[in-house]
Design a protein around this ligand. Structure first.
Ligand code: NDP
Length: 311
């Protein structure tokens, strides 16, 4: 029998019930079940496991992460780097991200933050814009699983879309720039910059004064990648000087965002609480059941952490 252990801080009863609907033959156990022999555990499901949890299970076939970003797991000095680490994926995760970024692009274009501030003060000022998606170039940093899905959705919506990634891509209708040498070219025509990059030593602090200086005047920023990519002071400076027009931020260097952060009250910044894309429990379990079935058949899922790349 295949055994999955559910890690710390997870809602065990909810995971167990959801797996029993989709994969009734899977044995789902709590990671600290006193009757559990660690060597009988095939899969460990975690989001915030704490130090040493993963290393307790010597016979894992894979560790399943309950989120798409895995950077925080690798901080564990006892992390078993030789065990495949699978990232959260699935149709619902991708669709939610497509729709969040589409909403965020439209919000920046229509300057909805201004309307929200006016509403708070009961101001009926007709602040209008005639810009449409067809007049707007969206640049996506990170053309991986999610970035590519978002690019296709925005392109179908009418936006002019371009991307930037580490390695070249060949996508119909979407120009993709690859590598650090091409980033200035990529940014030079971007009206709305979206980060869908993972957190790695190379992406940390990437969105800084220098990078923002390559954007055309009045550009906007959407950060759904990871908070440590953005130098928050540099963003605020660019907004205050009018070089950027607005930002929508979903991820932060420190989460929850501290109450005294100046980002909360900035008139050109919209904050969402790391809520861009988290699939329902059933959506997550249907994806993870597919992953387990794939590995049991001798395959390996596509969304795998690759240590040699760092993401
Ligand atoms: P992928 O690993 O599929 O894609 C990552 C992309 O980033 C790839 O295109 C990769 O390039 C590119 N990349 C990585 N390092 C660099 C670099 N140094 N320079 C240029 N490009 C680089 O990840 P996903 O698309 O699945 O997810 C991306 C991130 O989105 C996650 O790591 C997570 O942080 C974030 N996320 C946020 C959520 C939210 O709710 N806010 C929800 C889900 C994910 P290449 O293609 O060449 O490998």
């Amino acid at each position: 029998m295949v055994t999955l252990a559910v890690g710390p801080h997870e809602d065990f009863a909810q995971w167990k019930a959801a797996f029993s609907r989709v994969m009734p033959d899977l044995r789902v156990v709590w990671h600290e079940d006193p009757d559990l022999s660690p060597s009988c555990v095939d899969y460990l499901l975690v989001w915030e496991p704490g130090q040493g949890t993963a290393a307790r299970f010597p016979a894992l076939k894979a560790i399943l992460c309950a989120g798409a970003g895995i950077d925080h797991l690798l901080q564990d000095p006892d992390w078993p780097h030789d065990i495949p680490l699978v990232r959260m994926g699935g149709e619902e995760t991708a669709t939610l991200m497509e729709e969040y970024v589409t909403w965020a692009c439209l919000s920046l274009m229509r300057e909805t933050r201004t309307w929200a501030l006016q509403q708070e003060r009961r101001i009926f000022h007709r602040h209008l814009t005639t810009r449409t998606a067809r007049d707007t170039t969206v640049g996506i940093m990170g053309m991986g699983h999610l970035g590519t899905r978002v690019a296709h959705r925005l392109s179908a919506f009418g936006f002019d879309v371009r991307g930037w990634s580490r390695t070249p891509k060949n996508l119909p209708g979407i120009e993709v720039f690859a590598g650090g040498d091409r980033i200035a070219d990529f940014l030079s025509r971007v009206d709305i910059l979206v980060s869908l990059l993972p957190s790695t030593p190379r992406t940390r602090d990437l969105i800084n004064r220098e990078l923002l200086s390559h954007l055309p005047p009045g550009a906007g920023l959407i950060n759904v990648g990871r908070g440590d990519q953005l130098c928050e002071d540099d963003l605020i400076e660019a907004l205050d000087e009018g070089r950027l027009s607005g930002a929508i931020l979903d991820v932060f260097r420190h989460e929850p965002l501290p109450p005294d952060s100046p980002l909360w009250t900035h008139p050109a910044i919209t904050i969402t609480p790391h809520a861009a894309s988290e699939a329902s429990r059933d959506g997550q379990v249907s994806y993870l059941a597919g992953v387990i079935a794939d590995i049991e058949r001798g395959g390996m899922p596509e969304l795998l952490y690759r240590p040699e790349r760092g993401y």
